[in-house]
Design a protein around this ligand. Structure first.
Ligand SMILES: *Cc1c(COP(=O)(O)O)cnc(C)c1O
Length: 393
């Protein structure tokens, strides 16, 4: 990386992320280029964000047109793209009649809205999952299990109880008639693409319904086609069975910041005038971007592409030093037989591939949904040499 930029970065940006791995200048589809002109295949996609890859013409055009027409007006006013996106999202989650959307600017903010919504049930007890990640603002952080993220900022909003992910008995024991909500990721992304056992979400639905608690599914990472279906939870629940709240962000705007808290049924009317707000949330540019993302996913069958190319990667990345390859669509977790995930990321970068380590022995892939078979094959071909180099370093 350009040393001058590295120095300027260190001198001017808070050190919350550690040193940057590269300085990037340009992207196209699933490829990016750094300041030295090196090309990389992007298997991280801005952390499951760049659904259409970099510089997609449909996204560029939607944002440019909307910005030159009407860029921002605040929530004192209504705009067509905002309403159209809310309608599309309600349609995609099969909300039926009566669902409602609140727009925010990020995943953590979508979750803050949902958490505030759960308080309007009159109950404050929330059950969250060990290994779960919901964001870094104080409310979302209270639902996030990792001690290193939480402890420096305690006291956090109370009433949160953690249970082991995927354990139906533990959940049944934790949820009572005092429980406002159970919050669950359909696949735990930050934990390393951890999938619950079959039938778990159905059990979450049954247990929450028994106690009049809300079922809140955090699809911030898994939603918008990432796993090969519009939402990961729909592939795990029987048809016609829905949660009460779904939060989305990351892939929704294809790189333009936007998040949404989608409420179904009776949960739709819990937040009333004065209860919550945002200046930027749902602005015309961000919602026009999200509409373009949804239209392109449909038009180009990117759900099908995510399923097919994901399968190709899961098969192709099996290796004697790989103990498991998990996930569906283009959200993939790879467990290694030694604590060399950071070295694998490093070796991959040297070979022209951007990967991500979620832990000492786990690699996560979340490439653009437009990743081609040929691009996936490039990583598969380079994979044995990357692993060998990492093991030797
Ligand atoms: C990334 C993520 C968040 C937080 O989203 P931000 O946009 O970073 O605030 C929340 N929940 C899940 C499941 C995530 O993966």
């Amino acid at each position: 990386m350009n040393d001058v930029l590295k120095k300027r970065y260190a001198a001017s940006l808070m050190n919350t992320f550690g040193p940057p791995k590269l300085a990037l200048v340009r992207g196209e589809g699933s490829e990016v280029w750094d300041t030295d002109g090196n090309r990389y295949l992007d298997f991280l996609g801005g952390i499951a964000v760049n659904a259409l890859g970099h510089g997609h013409p449909a996204l560029v055009s939607a944002v440019t047109q909307q910005l030159s027409t009407l860029g921002h007006v605040s929530n004192f006013f209504a705009t067509e793209p905002q309403v159209a996106l809310a309608e599309r999202l309600l349609d995609l989650v099969a909300a039926g009649t009566g669902g409602k959307v609140f727009f925010a600017n990020s995943g953590t903010e979508a979750n803050e809205a949902a958490l505030k919504l759960t308080r309007r049930t009159g109950r404050t007890h929330v059950v969250a999952m060990e290994g779960g990640f919901h964001g870094r603002t104080m409310g979302a952080l209270a639902l996030t299990s990792k001690a290193a993220y939480r402890e420096p900022f305690e006291p956090l909003p109370g009433g949160v109880q953690f249970v082991p992910y995927g354990d139906v008995d533990a959940l049944a024991a934790a949820v009572t008639d005092e429980t406002a909500a159970v919050v669950v990721e359909p696949v735990q992304g930050e934990a390393g693409v951890v999938e619950p056992p079959a039938g778990y979400l159905e059990a979450v639905r049954r247990i929450t319904a028994e106690h009049g608690a809300l079922m809140w599914v955090d699809e911030v990472q898994t939603g918008m086609g990432r796993t090969g279906t519009w939402f990961a939870h729909t592939a795990q629940l029987p048809e016609g069975v829905t949660p009460d709240v779904v939060t989305v962000a990351k892939g929704l705007g294809g790189g333009i910041p936007i998040g949404a808290c989608i409420a179904l049924g009776d949960a739709s009317d819990l937040l009333q005038p004065g209860h919550h707000g945002t200046t930027f949330g749902g602005n015309p540019v961000a919602t026009a971007a999200a509409l373009a993302v949804i239209e392109t996913i449909e038009k180009d069958d990117l759900l099908g592409n995510a399923t097919r190319v994901g399968e190709q990667l899961r098969t192709g990345l099996a290796h004697e030093h790989v103990t498991a390859v998990r996930g569906s669509g283009l959200l993939i977790g790879i467990d290694l037989d030694a604590e060399i995930a950071p070295q694998v990321v490093e070796a991959a970068q040297e070979a022209g591939f951007i990967l991500n380590a979620t832990g000492p022995r786990t690699i996560r892939l979340a490439p653009p949904l437009v990743l081609t078979r040929e691009q996936a094959a490039e990583l598969v071909e380079a994979w044995p040499a990357i692993l060998a180099k990492a093991a030797a370093s």
